[in-house]
Design a protein around this ligand. Structure first.
Ligand SMILES: [Fe+2]
Ligand SMILES: [Fe+2]
Length: 199
């Protein structure tokens, strides 16, 4: 069974540290740990199995930049299974975590359990508000995307993030999402004003 340290999940965190160290800063271990914190907060309110939620959050993005034939969620679920086996978790825990990781992004899998829905929601909460804005620019900036125009930071916000609220599953996450989303909306309208000033 997993070691009992200060943080009962430290063994898993240690196992993923190196993997996340190779990811972009918007999808690093810090992101995973923020998603864990959101997940825990939502999970307590929604009466979820917190172990599943927290493990899934810590592991959810380890598959990014994996093989091109798989989505990052598919790669992540497979990698997560291997790590949890090594850490000695029971089979039912591993399967529940894998299912949540598999359906955390909109890539063909719908979250079917409460814990999977909470992971999905928690991940979206880290893409709104000040942290969401910072992540958006660090991620897409690294990929060379411009601030405005087609295939830009702004278009990603307008076309993707702006629609997240349509897919949030839990009542608790919806309440947490709202003020952060308004912050993002305000940021983009202020930025648009700055942009117009230039011309
Ligand atoms: Fe992801
Ligand atoms: Fe994520």
């Amino acid at each position: 069974m997993p070691e009992t340290n200060q943080d009962p999940l430290s063994q898993v965190i240690n196992a993923v540290q190196g993997i996340y160290g190779r990811k972009d800063q918007a999808h690093d271990l810090e992101h995973a740990l923020r998603v864990r914190a959101w997940g825990k907060q939502i999970g307590i309110q929604e009466g979820a199995d917190l172990l599943i939620v927290e493990l899934a959050a810590i592991l959810h993005d380890i598959g990014r930049s994996g093989t091109l034939s798989k989505t990052h969620a598919e790669s992540g679920a497979a990698l997560a299974g291997g790590i949890l086996h090594k850490c000695g978790y029971p089979e039912d825990t591993i399967e529940a975590v894998k299912a949540a990781v598999l359906s955390h992004s909109r890539e063909g899998y719908e979250p079917e359990t409460l814990e999977a829905r909470i992971l999905y929601d928690a991940d979206k909460l880290d893409f709104v508000g000040p942290m969401g804005i910072a992540r958006l620019f660090v991620w897409l900036g690294k990929e060379g995307k411009p601030f405005f125009g087609p295939d830009s930071c702004e278009s990603f916000y307008r076309e993707r993030i702006r629609h997240y609220h349509e897919h949030i599953h839990t009542q608790t996450a919806r309440a947490l999402f709202e003020p952060l989303f308004l912050y993002s909306e305000n940021f983009w309208s202020e930025l648009e004003k700055m942009r117009l000033k230039k011309g």
